[in-house]
Ligand binder design. Structure first.
Ligand code: SF4
Length: 331
């Protein structure tokens, strides 16, 4: 367990405290040192590897009303889609020819029963040699168990914000509901991915420190930390986007607190042009779209997402070359 001295601040990983994290977030003079140390920790843990995942957004139906999300249940004017199970399996098997991990993501869409999802996972695992990550929201313990027993390896379920009042205002349900779901997943042996947004209206540095400590307390093995991006059709229209620079600081602190955790350069951060920087501030994962072209623009959770129609192999090769130029190796 390390003790980091950054500027005037001492961050003791045996007992990371909120006060020090807040002070580090506020102190702009430590940035260069913080980013350097985070990069060294990442290199110690993963060498120069960057893990590339393919993500398939298979349904934009959602029963939830998350205030920031462009596909939430209140958005009546958007075009909804669902991929049929056979098409989803085919897309995942195809994606697995390029990516070692395939992430299946959707809104909270109850059209897909746990039986259906388990069957989809089972078929993918049988036909392709890849890890399967699910990102489909909250379900019961029994439903999660079925997916785990079918072979799903990992599950992404961010806590989004550790401020219970803010969480409830944005989601209409208590934060504990989300944390309970994370604990169900961890108890079943899923590799658990958490995470949160940086720059939500009403968020403070104290909230961000609590967000980081939540990742530690909930023992996440992956964490997606991205800037909040305003969707103009949501009730948060007119708010300000999260700051990519602040996001990088939070990411770097996450790397110190959770040395072996997988930390993506999130798609939201990439939209803000932060990918290259993130890879030298602690991030070790990049997610690339593997959603069939017909649906890419429709999975509109926030603006600016990449909807280009580049074949997966070409997309991967371009990324691999770009990483090689930075001295990094695509895995
Ligand atoms: S953030 Fe996820 S759960 Fe919330 S409304 Fe959007 S798709 Fe649904």
């Amino acid at each position: 367990m390390a003790i980091y001295v950054l500027g005037d601040h001492t961050l003791d990983l045996r007992e990371p405290d909120r006060e020090t994290l807040v002070a580090l977030l506020k102190d702009e003079t430590v940035n260069e040192e913080l980013f350097h140390v985070a990069d060294c920790v990442k290199t110690r843990e993963f060498g120069n590897k960057v893990f590339i995942r393919g993500i398939i957004e298979f349904s934009n139906h959602c029963r939830c009303t998350c205030a920031y999300c462009g596909i939430n249940a209140r958005m009546t004017r958007i075009k909804r889609y669902r991929m049929l199970p056979d098409d989803l399996v085919d897309a995942a098997v195809h994606a697995a020819q390029t990516y070692r991990t395939v992430i299946l993501q959707s809104g909270e869409d109850r059209f897909y029963t746990a039986d259906m999802l388990a069957d989809i996972v089972r078929r993918i695992k049988k036909q392709a040699n890849c890890a399967v990550t699910l990102s489909i929201g909250e379900r019961t313990l029994e439903e999660y168990r079925m997916m785990r027993e079918a072979g799903a390896d990992r599950f992404l379920l961010k806590h989004e914000t550790a401020n219970a009042v803010l969480y409830e205002a944005l989601h209409g349900v208590p934060l504990e509901t989300r944390l309970d779901a994370q604990r169900r997943l961890r108890g079943l042996g899923f590799e658990l991915g958490g995470g949160f947004m940086v720059g939500l209206p009403g968020q403070t540095d104290e909230t961000l420190a609590d967000d980081l400590l939540t990742l530690v307390r909930e023992k996440v093995q992956m964490a997606g930390i991205g800037p909040f991006i305003v969707h103009p059709d949501t009730e948060l229209a007119g708010a300000r986007d999260g700051d990519p620079h602040k996001t990088l600081k939070v990411l770097a602190l996450a790397r110190l607190l959770l040395p072996a955790c997988h930390l993506p350069s999130t798609t939201a951060l990439n939209v803000k042009g932060g990918m290259k920087n993130a890879l030298f501030c602690g991030a070790d994962v990049i997610m690339q779209k593997a959603t069939p072209f017909a649906y890419r623009e429709l999975y509109d959770i926030y603006p600016g997402r990449d909807a280009r129609e580049v074949p997966l192999e070409e997309q991967y090769e371009t990324l691999r070359k770009g990483l090689a130029e930075l001295g990094l190796s695509a895995e």
